[in-house]
Write a protein that binds this ligand. Structure first.
Ligand code: ADP
Length: 418
């Protein structure tokens, strides 16, 4: 059986790909839908999109394109992967993309399960918590593009999607797969279209995975996908096979475009070990040579650990920036700068990229024109090293809130000398 994953950003794609590999499935991650035919020998294919915060129509179009490709590649069950902090606006894109995928698959019911207890994302009575605080009280309330100001997944789903959302709470989930299956069937009979399923322990996710059977579409974070992979691989009797591939010591840069609390901490910690360059929004908007200036600065650095270029700002600074400039144009100008910088640096021989931020990672991967990525050794839960198929590029693509405070240094400590 082949499982096809549609991930709404690149770090989400690498996150789920690493957990599918860990769960025992041979997995290939693709950066967007391939333009040309490629033959893939894998149990799971992950298509990473950049559909989290673009227009709804564009997100739907990208997602349906990915679905069609995965169907042609032989996938029979599909997983829509979004962030474990349910990154979206009041209108989408999680709800509309889920609706479009359900329609394309002619299925009338799916589950909503962003939970990832290993990274502190837990769903209790339908409310999403991040490291013990409600999503709406976590750093995600300040996200520059998708600020999360409601924690209730039933309400969020009802606002974004076309059908009604049921809640299966932990009391049912703890009774095991059979009871969950019964409750899902009852919700479907009551004409609910989606069911938010509580999970704040790993065994909750294992129970949910075992209850889903052949549900054509599952939606959620990487935690549930790991348990689906485990049950598929034990059926196919393949062994968990974590990858051990790490990058060689080669010219490296760190690009940080996330403003999450964890990335702020990581940037702050890393500044003790290596030179850093703070991007000024004003110059992104007005100075056409700004990327060249920064590229020159990066190439001049001779420190033990790689130089860091960051737009990362704390919530206070971000508020000031967004008061002075339109939030969308500031975000786009920074993304355009990272795009140009990536092109300039790769042309100058930088081959290892450590990137913080889902959207930012999407840009870097696009600019490097990486069609398919091999998943390597895990740096932190949900963040593996990934490699271009020819082995030239090595990337650590980190979703904003992932990784420990020393992530940037830890990633480089894994390098091997040839
Ligand atoms: P995360 O994984 O934390 O969501 P992303 O890279 O997906 O990080 O998104 C961060 C967004 O915020 C990007 O679009 C980025 O360009 C934008 N951004 C980063 N720094 C700033 C800043 N200083 N001012 C305004 N927008 C910013």
């Amino acid at each position: 059986m082949r499982i096809g994953v549609i991930a709404d950003d690149f770090t989400g794609g690498t996150d789920i790909a690493s957990l599918l590999v860990k769960g025992g499935l041979k997995t290939v991650q693709l950066s967007g839908v391939p333009q040309e035919h490629i033959s893939i020998d894998a149990d799971a294919i992950v298509v990473s999109l950049k559909s989290r915060s673009c227009d709804i129509d564009e997100a739907v179009q990208q997602s349906i394109g990915a679905l069609r490709f995965l169907q042609q590649a032989g996938c029979v069950q599909f997983y829509f992967k979004y962030c474990s902090t349910f990154d979206s606006t009041a209108h989408g894109n999680i709800g509309p993309v889920t609706d479009a995928l359900m329609q394309a698959l002619t299925t009338s019911f799916t589950v909503v399960c962003p939970s990832l207890p290993i990274n502190g994302r837990c769903v209790f009575n339908g409310n999403l918590y991040v490291n013990g605080v409600l999503l709406s009280e976590s750093g995600m309330r300040h996200h520059p593009v998708t600020p999360m100001r409601d924690s209730n997944l039933v309400r969020l789903m009802n606002a974004q999607a076309k059908g009604e959302t049921a809640l299966l709470n932990y009391e049912i989930v703890e009774q095991g797969p059979e009871k969950i299956t019964e409750a899902l069937q009852a919700a479907r009979q009551d004409h609910y279209k989606y069911a938010v399923v509580d999970a704040f322990k790993d065994f909750h996710l294992a129970n949910i995975a075992a209850s889903l059977g052949q549900l054509p579409l599952v939606t959620g974070g990487s935690g549930l996908a790991y348990h689906i992979a485990c049950s598929l691989s034990s059926r196919a009797s393949c062994q968990p096979n974590p990858s051990t591939q790490v990058p060689k010591a080669a010219p490296t840069v760190i690009l940080s475009g996330s403003c999450s609390e964890m990335t702020n901490l990581q940037v702050h910690q890393y500044q003790e070990h290596a030179p850093s360059f703070q991007i000024e929004v004003e110059r992104c908007l007005g100075d056409e040579q700004y990327a060249e200036v920064i590229a020159d600065w990066v190439l001049k650095q001779k420190s033990q650990f790689a130089p860091l270029v960051y737009a990362t700002s704390d919530s206070q600074k971000l508020k000031e920036i967004q008061r002075s400039y339109n939030a969308e144009s500031a975000g786009s100008a920074i993304e355009a700068l990272f795009a140009k910088l990536t092109r300039l640096l790769s042309a100058q021989g930088i081959t290892n990229f450590i990137v913080a931020g889902g959207e930012t990672s999407g840009i870097v991967t696009q600019q490097l024109q990486l069609q398919a990525l091999k998943v390597g050794k895990e740096i932190a839960p949900g963040v593996p090293w990934v490699f271009s198929l020819d082995g030239h590029f090595a990337l650590a693509l980190k979703s904003g809130n992932f990784g420990s405070p020393h992530f940037f240094k830890n990633a480089q400590e894994m390098f091997h000398d040839e």
